[in-house]
Design a protein around this ligand. Structure first.
Ligand code: ACO
Length: 198
């Protein structure tokens, strides 16, 4: 498990918190001094989890880091912790999502420009906790918070595990081929709002 030397309960007043570019949990309340302390701890967590995720995906460098999130206004990292761990130091995983303006092919092979396409950017559950339903729990919390539906999400270079995960829980199977690194599923464009923006 991803353990830290400090007590993570100053960050996790609940099992899942949202972190944006200010590197503070959405639940944070406190003064400037507390904000600096909490954001430096959040940075350490993001950097470590980002590295673990990169290793798990066999990437040469992390997709998620504190520095990257700080300069990304339209990205959010959902962090999940075990708040029942009596030492108060165990992080379970992360899910980074955001929006991007993308040129995408629809199922007829026509190019469409989608503004603020919803993207799944990085997803990692610690090896010691995988396949116990925590990824699904974290993903569902993200969907509810963002008000997204899985079929409307583009996925940045999904791993085999994520491909299976999306198929198992959300029935996502039929891919619309793209020339970029994003994977879309049939149904992505079945929405007047997105078509209009194309
Ligand atoms: N082999 C095959 N399928 C897997 C595996 C595995 N080792 N692990 C998870 N899955 C899929 C399967 O569909 C599995 O169902 P099954 O056990 O009945 O076969 C299902 O996920 C399990 O669901 P959860 O327990 O809710 O998922 P989990 O907590 O394991 O989280 C995740 C899924 C995030 C993909 C996790 O396995 C992980 O961190 N993997 C390593 C990193 C990774 O590949 N991340 C995705 C990168 S791509 C991207 O982020 C855009």
């Amino acid at each position: 498990m991803a353990k830290f030397k400090f007590d993570i309960r100053c960050i996790f007043t609940q099992p899942v918190v949202k972190i944006s570019s200010n590197l503070l949990p959405h639940t944070f309340r406190g003064d400037r001094r507390m904000a600096m302390d909490v954001s430096s701890k959040v940075s350490e967590i993001l950097d470590r989890l980002g590295e673990l995720s990169a290793v798990a995906q066999k990437l040469t460098k992390p997709i998620t880091s504190a520095q990257k999130l700080r300069v990304s206004e339209n990205q959010t990292v959902y962090l999940m912790a075990d708040i029942n761990d009596y030492d108060g130091d165990t992080i379970i995983g992360l899910l980074k999502v955001g929006t991007k303006n993308l040129y995408l092919f629809d199922s007829l092979g026509q190019t469409k420009k989608i503004d603020k396409a919803r993207c799944i950017l990085d997803f990692y559950i610690h090896e010691s906790r995988q396949r116990s339903g925590l990824g699904k729990k974290l993903f569902d919390i993200m969907l509810a918070e963002e008000k997204w539906t899985p079929i409307k999400c583009s996925v940045d270079r999904p791993s085999e595990k994520l491909v299976r995960f999306l198929k198992k829980y959300y029935g996502l199977e039929n891919i619309i081929p793209q020339t970029n690194k994003f994977v879309l599923y049939e149904g992505f464009f079945d929405d007047a709002e997105q078509e209009d923006r194309g």
